[in-house]
Design a protein around this ligand. Structure first.
Ligand SMILES: Cc1cc2nc3c(=O)[nH]c(=O)nc-3n(C[C@H](O)[C@H](O)[C@H](O)COP(=O)(O)OP(=O)(O)OC[C@H]3O[C@@H](n4cnc5c(N)ncnc54)[C@H](O)[C@@H]3O)c2cc1C
Length: 441
């Protein structure tokens, strides 16, 4: 149920955006007492890409009080991820349970319009005043300090809301990142994606039914996601360097069809299926903000950074950053310290976790093969699975990098630091999503 109370002119915390990051950070703050108002410009349910969860989301979902709701939902259960190489050869599935025999090793493939709505409803149940159809027009500053926001209500009226802390969870829009010019584009991960939804496409059985498949394109420059959803739908998308997909190519439909034809492993899986939406496309460049927080403001989720979706880490990073930020904000409010140092204390540890996932992404684009790695270093199978499940925030996983590098052809270097060599102009503001007409899955 959308909030029925009027917007208050002041509160402890304002959150911009009601995606997974915004609903997480607001719920975890409200659970601990402070008064939170969240403003979402859309009305839910609304379409969003990002359907495959990874197991480490479990712990945040547990704190949010979402686990029972997830267990009772219709979302497809996901137990593993499987890779198919450029020649169509399938790796053995990486079963999360084999690595961690705990219920956290089962996760879900979610329809985001439903998942995001559940998360926002859950935030309301925990005391968050969440308003839909209310766009944040601007963040108010007094000197360097954020002191509130200017919002536009559904009827068009504009008003100010004061808050001790402003949290930007506006996703790839990156409201504060743009305003303060903080976005740094990743020099290597400059991809694009085209996808659509199928009904009746191939599905495995039993515990493999909900597996995410990652299928390499024949020229090894890109990959496909194959994500089984409920109601017999499958989300199938191709990711490649942006120019490969959008420069000198035809319509999204023509490009997608050509890409399917060039990938027999995908073609045979969708052959019996009916396409049930139009084609979606997005510029998919990875980026990060140079700061996670400032005086009175914090960034979470895609509003802080976006990483190539190869390993389905986006929602986990939204939830984890939301959780880490919530604890820093609550501690700061208690001691009346909303400095950048206090609100962003979690930033370095979070950044190291993202670096690990990014490195795994870059290794894949550089030709890394999970199958070959596990064959060469069987003792590291569990550690590499730790990375795949999103266990990114502990040093123990760093034991994989040396052995991975030893498999490189001689003379090759390991992937660069994330911000090294960045050349993209700051005026390239945000990734864009092109929604087809009438293509709401
Ligand atoms: C092609 C592709 C595939 C992906 N696949 C996966 C996947 O399989 N698994 C996975 O985990 N992740 C995936 N992701 C990433 C995932 O979509 C994001 O990381 C995730 O949605 C981030 O959540 P968020 O809450 O930060 O942002 P969002 O989910 O984008 O939420 C931001 C919200 O803010 C609102 N908003 C924006 N501006 C304003 C404003 N001015 N006022 C009020 N509200 C505002 C928006 O309407 C939106 O609802 C994928 C991404 C792409 C591009």
């Amino acid at each position: 149920m959308p909030a029925t109370n009027p917007i208050s002119a002041s509160c402890d915390v304002v959150v911009i955006g009601g995606g997974p990051a915004g609903s997480t950070v607001s719920t975890l703050i409200a659970q601990q007492g402070p008064r939170v108002q969240l403003f979402e410009r859309e009305r839910f349910p609304r379409f969003h890409i990002g359907e495959s969860l990874i197991p480490e989301t479990y712990w945040v979902l547990k704190r949010l009080g979402m686990l029972e709701k997830m267990k009772q939902s219709r979302f497809v259960k996901k137990f593993s991820v499987q890779f198919v190489n450029a020649k169509g050869k399938e790796s053995a599935p990486f079963y999360f349970w084999d690595n961690k025999p705990h219920e956290c090793s089962q996760t879900w493939q979610v329809v985001r319009s439903e998942f995001d709505q559940m998360m926002l409803e859950n935030a309301r149940e925990h005391g968050v005043a969440a308003f839909e159809g209310v766009r944040v027009r601007d963040v108010l500053f007094e000197g360097p300090r954020a002191v509130g926001v200017k919002v536009q209500e559904p009827g068009g009226a504009v008003r100010e809301v004061r808050a001790r802390v402003v949290i930007d969870a506006s996703g790839q829009t990156g409201m504060l990142m743009n305003r303060l010019n903080l976005r740094v584009w990743d020099p290597l991960l400059d991809k694009g994606a085209i996808w659509t939804y199928w009904q009746g496409a191939y599905r495995d059985n039993g515990r493999d039914e909900g597996a995410t498949m990652v299928l390499q394109t024949a020229d090894k420059r890109g990959w496909w996601w194959y994500i089984p959803l409920h109601d017999d739908r499958v989300s199938v998308g191709v990711v490649r360097p942006f120019d490969d997909l959008f420069k000198n190519r035809g319509s999204h439909e023509a490009t997608y069809t050509e890409e399917v034809e060039a990938c027999p492993a995908v073609a045979k899986r969708v052959a019996p299926a009916k396409r049930i939406t139009g084609y979606f496309a997005t510029k998919d460049y990875s980026y990060r903000s140079t700061q996670v927080a400032g005086e009175g403001w914090v960034l979470v989720g895609d509003a802080f950074g976006f990483l190539d979706p190869l390993y389905s880490s986006g929602v986990l990073l939204a939830l984890r950053s939301g959780q880490m930020a919530a604890d820093a904000v609550v501690a700061g409010l208690e001691k009346n310290d909303v400095s950048a140092a206090q609100l962003g204390a979690w930033g370095p540890a979070f950044g190291r976790g993202v670096d690990r996932m990014r490195r795994l992404v870059c290794e894949y684009y550089d030709g890394f093969s999970f199958g070959q790695f596990v064959k060469s270093f069987p003792a590291l199978r569990n550690t590499v699975t730790d990375l795949l499940i999103g266990d990114l925030f502990e040093d123990k996983v760093d034991t994989v990098w040396g052995p991975m590098e030893s498999l490189y052809p001689s003379g090759k270097r390991s992937p660069m630091r994330w911000d090294e060599g960045q050349t993209r102009p700051p005026e390239a503001k945000a990734n864009e999503l092109f929604l087809p007409d009438g293509a709401r899955p």
